[in-house]
Design a protein around this ligand. Structure first.
Ligand code: HEM
Length: 139
């Protein structure tokens, strides 16, 4: 029997859609995060769903459409400070907690997310801030 991926174990697309949906509902009400995002959150939601599926061991839907994730690079146009990362993590944790995820899987997802979110902090760095095209393909 082949081993299930983390993506499958937590409930596949349905679970990822639920997590990302709850997360963006929270973002919509969190002003200091909301101002960073575009007016229409639908494309942002879809991108995060595709990314999570891939990142949790599902199909590489994000890279098929956008190329290499290069998440830090893709976040350069947004000035992200520590407090943004903390808020992002707070809302993502609440969104994940709404799902039935085994403790061990939860902890492993959480550990990786915390370091990824802290890695996005760029407020005190000189990085290119020009917006990237919405569907930028990066290699
Ligand atoms: C640390 C705090 C973070 C803030 C404030 C933040 C904010 C943003 C903003 C404003 C966008 C642009 C939305 C759009 O293009 O539609 C974005 C895009 C994105 N974020 Fe974050 N983000 C953070 C952390 C993360 C983390 C930890 C992940 C992954 C686990 C992530 C994954 C993504 C993805 C996949 C996109 C779409 C990139 C693209 O294809 O353009 N973000 N984020």
């Amino acid at each position: 029997m082949s081993e299930q991926s983390l993506f499958e174990r937590i409930g596949g697309r349905e679970a990822v859609e639920a997590v990302v949906g709850s997360f963006y509902e929270a973002v919509a009400g969190e002003m200091s995060l909301r101002v960073l995002y575009p007016e229409d959150l639908t494309p942002s939601r879809e991108k995060l769903e595709y990314f999570f599926e891939q990142w949790l061991g599902g199909e590489p839907r994000y890279s098929e459409r956008y190329g290499h994730p290069r998440l830090r690079r893709r976040h350069f146009p947004f000035v992200i400070a520590e407090h943004h990362a903390q808020l992002w993590l707070k809302h993502m944790r609440s969104a994940l907690e709404l799902q039935q995820i085994e403790r061990e899987d939860f902890d492993s997802i959480w550990g990786r997310l915390e370091s990824l979110a802290n890695h996005m902090v760029n407020a005190h760095e000189e990085v290119p801030r020009e917006p990237l095209p919405e569907d930028a393909w990066l290699t």
